[in-house]
Write a protein that binds this ligand. Structure first.
Ligand SMILES: NC(=O)c1ccc[n+]([C@@H]2O[C@H](COP(=O)([O-])OP(=O)(O)OC[C@H]3O[C@@H](n4cnc5c(N)ncnc54)[C@H](OP(=O)(O)O)[C@@H]3O)[C@@H](O)[C@H]2O)c1
Length: 325
């Protein structure tokens, strides 16, 4: 019998339940997947807690990798046995088997395992658009990346370094600082102990940085703004400490004609042509060895609640995969 993690009310990790779920034959435009690995992402905790509301009851999860086991009408470019991966909706990746729209899937290259696919699609495509489209990192730039030892963080630090940037990363512990330095960070700041904005000014000789990639949200937003040089770009793309409060836009003028954007991966991958091009670039940078995908935690899919606890307690580093076997 197929099983999936579902939740019937929002709340803490305890609302996640392991349930038997039917998988109907794929509808037109869909395929059925047998997951070999499922990705854990911070956004899953926002769905579970209700920060990002979803209709209930609901499945959970936006990332997986597996093989195609059935193909619906009208699907021409996928066959039974193809190895595929995805990042995005419909919600419900925490499942052994599921149906997915075929146009949201990309084929995994031979050199990339299912586990790597599930570990890199959402966090890696996010790093891709952040560094290559939202603010295009140039050689010689100094960039600030928060939560540098996290899932998105470890990928983004390596990639920014490969693009020729000097990378400043914030981290919550000494162990995380060492890990970030081993993955492209030139400077690490323990923002739990030090005022990161002061350190960024010091490191940049008072100039500030052209871009801050901030996934922390409420607690860091204002200090992140003050790290920017004039005309700098504040990329606020996550809420690990809660959503950023409304603020007076005239502050941006006073602080140096700054730009602020609040992007999501799903906006950047809405068109299939973009999804495919972004995935190709991600697979290339991983294939070349410039970016390593570090799977640092593994849990049984049935133990997803524990994975959520550890993620929210800042106990994880790099990427985490859930095993549906
Ligand atoms: N907008 C998008 O397109 C997009 C896409 C993917 C991810 N995201 C966002 O990017 C962020 C990173 O996602 P991820 O899946 O890679 O997670 P992650 O970075 O592996 O985990 C979150 C990290 O945030 C840091 N953090 C700081 N304060 C925290 C707090 N109070 N509670 C929990 N964590 C705290 C922790 O690192 P330290 O201990 O080192 O501080 C923690 O390890 C999330 O905010 C997520 O929502 C956004």
């Amino acid at each position: 019998m197929n099983h999936a993690i579902r939740f019937h009310e929002t709340g803490g990790p305890e609302v996640l339940r392991w349930e038997a779920v039917d998988v109907p034959p794929p509808a037109a435009g869909e395929v059925t997947l047998r997951h070999h690995a499922v990705g854990l992402n911070y956004i899953d905790t926002y769905h579970r807690s209700g920060l990002y509301p979803v209709p209930l009851p609901s499945g959970i999860g936006l990332e997986g990798a597996g093989e195609v086991t059935a193909v619906g009408d009208g699907v021409t470019d996928l066959r039974v046995g193809d190895r595929v991966a995805y990042a995005g909706g419909p919600i419900g990746a925490y499942a052994q088997n599921r149906n997915m729209p075929a146009d949201r899937l990309v084929k995994l290259p031979d050199g990339i395992s299912y586990e790597q696919g599930a570990a890199m699609m959402l966090q890696g495509l996010t790093a891709q658009y952040l560094l290559r489209r939202t603010y295009r990192v140039q050689p010689g730039d100094t960039v600030l990346i928060h939560a540098a030892a996290g899932g998105v963080g470890l990928i983004a630090c390596q990639w920014a370094k490969a693009l020729g940037a000097t990378v400043i990363g914030t981290v919550g512990s000494d162990e995380k600082a060492a890990l970030a330095r081993a993955h492209g960070c030139d400077h690490t700041i323990l923002y739990t102990r030090e005022k990161f904005a002061d350190r960024v000014r010091e490191i940049t000789g008072g100039k500030g940085v052209p871009v801050v990639y901030d996934s922390i949200g409420k607690d860091t937003f204002m200090d992140s703004l003050s790290c920017l040089r004039p005309l700098g770009m504040m990329v606020t793309y996550g809420n690990a400490t809660g959503p950023v409060a409304p603020f007076d836009l005239s502050l941006l003028a006073k602080m140096g004609s700054l730009f602020v954007t609040r992007p999501t991966l799903f906006g950047y991958t809405a068109e299939r042509v973009d999804l495919v091009a972004m995935a190709a670039e991600l697979f290339d940078v991983v294939g070349s060895g410039k970016v390593r995908i570090e799977i640092r935690q593994r849990y049984a899919l049935a133990d997803a609640a524990q994975a959520h606890r550890d993620l929210e307690a800042r106990k994880t580093t790099g990427s985490t995969v859930l095993d549906p076997a």
